[in-house]
Design a protein around this ligand. Structure first.
Ligand code: MLT
Length: 407
C-alpha cells in the first residue's frame, strides 16, 4: 500500500489565510448586503507603477520576436538582475555580497518554505512566537516539528521564543540550543522591529552556538527608523551564520507576478559543507528559473524612475498604517508596530480571544483582520491589521471601528 507523508496529517486543518478566506466567504454569502473590508492577508492593492509596467511591455515584445526570444531562464537568475541586486541592495549599503551569492526565485514564501530541505531532519528549529506560519508548517511537513498540541497551539519539537508587549516584542535567547533560528525583521505579524544592537545579539549568539539564522527581510522597504538594519549583513559576522530572504511582493507589488531572492554567502558553512553549494544544487534541480519578463520588470525597481514611483507607493501604504494606528488609538485600543512595517498589531479589548475578536469585528464592523493566535500561542489576545488596503477602505474601516467603540 502506498503510504503518504504522515507529517502532513499532523498539520492543523488548513493554512491560516485559507481558513480566514473560507470563513469570510461564508459570511459574505450569508450577508450579501454587507460590504466587507478585508484587512486580513497582507496582499497589496495598488497597481504596478508605470516604470515596471513599461519594463514588462518591453520584455513581452522581446519574447515575441525570434531574435530576442528566450526559453528557460538560468536557474539561479539572470546575471543582469543578480548584479543589480548585489550592487543596489547590498554593496551600496556596505555589505560584501556578490552577484553569485544571490539566488533569484519566484518569491520569498517558496524560499522560506523550501530552505529547510538542505538541513538535517533532526535539526532543532527556533521561531519567534507569534510567527509567519510558513516557517513552522514547512518544518512540520518535513517531520522536524514533532507533534501538534491542538489545545496549546504548539509543536512539541519547536523552540518558541515569545514576543509580547512584556518584552517589547524582542525575542530572548532560548534556553535550549537551536540549530536553525528564523527571524523576520521588520516583523510579520507584529509589525515591530529589531534594531542593530538587538540583531547583533542574535548574530553573535548564532556564531557562538554554531546555528544558522534564516532571516526574512521581505518588509525591508518599509523601514523608516534609522537604527533598524535593512539587511542582516549590515551586522558584522552575519555572512558566516545567516541566510537572507527578500521579496519583490511588498516593495514593488509583485504578489501576483511573483519574484524574490535568497542570499547565501559563499563562506557560510555547516560542518564544513557550503550551504551555497547545496542550495544551488537544490534550486537547479527543482526550479527552472523565474520568468524573463518578471526579472526584467524587477530591473525597473532599481531604476531612478522606478525607485521614485515605489517610494510613493510605500508612502501610500505607510499613510494607511498611520490611519490605522491613529484610528485604533482614538478608539481606545493598545497598538503596536506599523512604524517601519505595514502591519499593526493590537491588543484585543476586554480579554477577548483573538478568534472571538475576529468574529466580533466581522459581525459588527464587517472588517476582516487576522487573529493573533493563528500565528502562534503568544499571539493569543492580539489581532493583526494590514496597511495594504486602499486608503478609502482603510479609512472607512477605522471609522466603523471608532463608531463601534463609541456605541
Ligand atoms: C501575510 O499576510 O502574512 C502575508 O501576505 C503572507 C505572505 O506574504 O505570504
Amino acid at each position: 500500500m502506498v503510504r503518504v507523508n504522515e507529517n502532513y496529517l499532523k498539520l492543523p486543518g488548513s493554512y491560516l489565510f485559507s481558513a480566514i478566506g473560507k470563513k469570510v466567504s461564508a459570511y459574505s454569502e450569508a450577508n450579501p448586503d454587507k460590504k466587507v473590508i478585508r484587512l486580513g492577508i497582507g496582499d497589496v492593492t495598488q497597481p504596478l507603477v508605470p516604470a515596471i509596467v513599461e519594463a514588462l511591455h518591453r520584455a513581452v515584445d522581446e519574447m515575441g520576436r525570434a531574435e530576442t526570444f528566450r526559453g528557460y531562464a538560468p536557474d539561479l537568475g539572470y546575471g543582469f538582475l543578480r548584479e543589480e541586486i548585489a550592487k543596489k541592495d547590498y554593496q551600496e549599503r556596505g555589505c560584501a555580497i556578490s552577484a553569485d551569492e544571490i539566488f533569484v526565485s519566484d518569491g520569498a514564501k517558496s524560499d522560506c518554505g523550501n530552505i529547510q530541505e538542505i538541513f538535517a531532519g533532526d535539526c532543532r528549529v527556533a521561531v519567534c512566537d507569534p510567527v509567519y506560519p510558513v516557517y513552522v508548517d514547512s518544518n512540520a511537513m518535513a517531520g522536524r516539528a514533532g507533534d501538534y498540541d491542538e489545545k496549546a497551539g504548539m509543536w512539541s519539537n519547536i523552540i518558541y521564543m515569545p514576543c509580547t508587549a512584556k518584552n517589547g516584542f524582542v525575542p530572548q535567547l532560548p534556553g535550549e540550543r537551536p540549530d536553525l533560528i528564523y527571524l523576520c525583521n521588520p516583523n510579520n505579524p507584529t509589525g515591530t522591529t529589531l534594531n542593530r544592537s538587538q540583531l547583533k545579539v542574535w548574530v553573535d549568539y548564532a556564531r557562538q552556538a554554531g546555528a544558522v539564522i534564516l532571516y526574512d527581510a521581505a518588509y525591508e522597504a518599509y523601514i523608516s527608523e534609522e537604527d533598524v538594519p535593512h539587511s542582516i549583513y549590515e551586522i558584522q559576522g552575519a555572512e558566516d551564520c545567516a541566510v537572507e530572504f527578500r521579496s519583490f511582493s511588498k516593495n514593488a507589488g509583485f504578489t501576483g507576478i511573483r519574484l524574490g531572492f535568497t542570499v547565501i554567502p559563499k563562506g557560510l558553512k555547516c560542518g564544513g559543507v557550503s550551504l551555497h553549494g547545496l542550495w544551488a544544487r537544490r534550486h537547479g534541480t527543482k526550479f527552472n528559473g523565474a520568468p524573463y519578463i518578471v526579472q526584467k520588470a524587477a530591473m525597473a525597481v532599481y531604476s531612478d524612475e522606478g525607485k521614485a514611483q515605489l517610494k510613493e507607493q510605500v508612502a501610500y501604504y505607510m499613510n494607511n498604517a498611520r490611519v490605522i494606528r491613529g484610528g485604533l488609538e482614538s478608539a481606545g485600543y493598545q497598538v503596536y508596530g506599523g512604524v517601519s512595517a505595514p502591519y499593526i498589531w493590537l491588543k484585543t479589548p476586554d480579554g477577548m480571544s483573538s478568534w472571538d475578536f475576529f468574529d466580533w469585528l466581522l459581525e459588527n464592523a464587517n472588517v476582516v483582520g487576522t487573529p493573533g493566535s493563528g500565528f502562534g500561542p503568544s499571539g493569543e489576545g492580539y489581532f493583526r491589521l494590514t496597511a495594504f488596503g486602499t486608503y478609502e477602505n482603510t479609512a472607512e474601516a477605522m471609522e466603523r471601528i471608532r463608531r463601534l467603540k463609541r456605541s
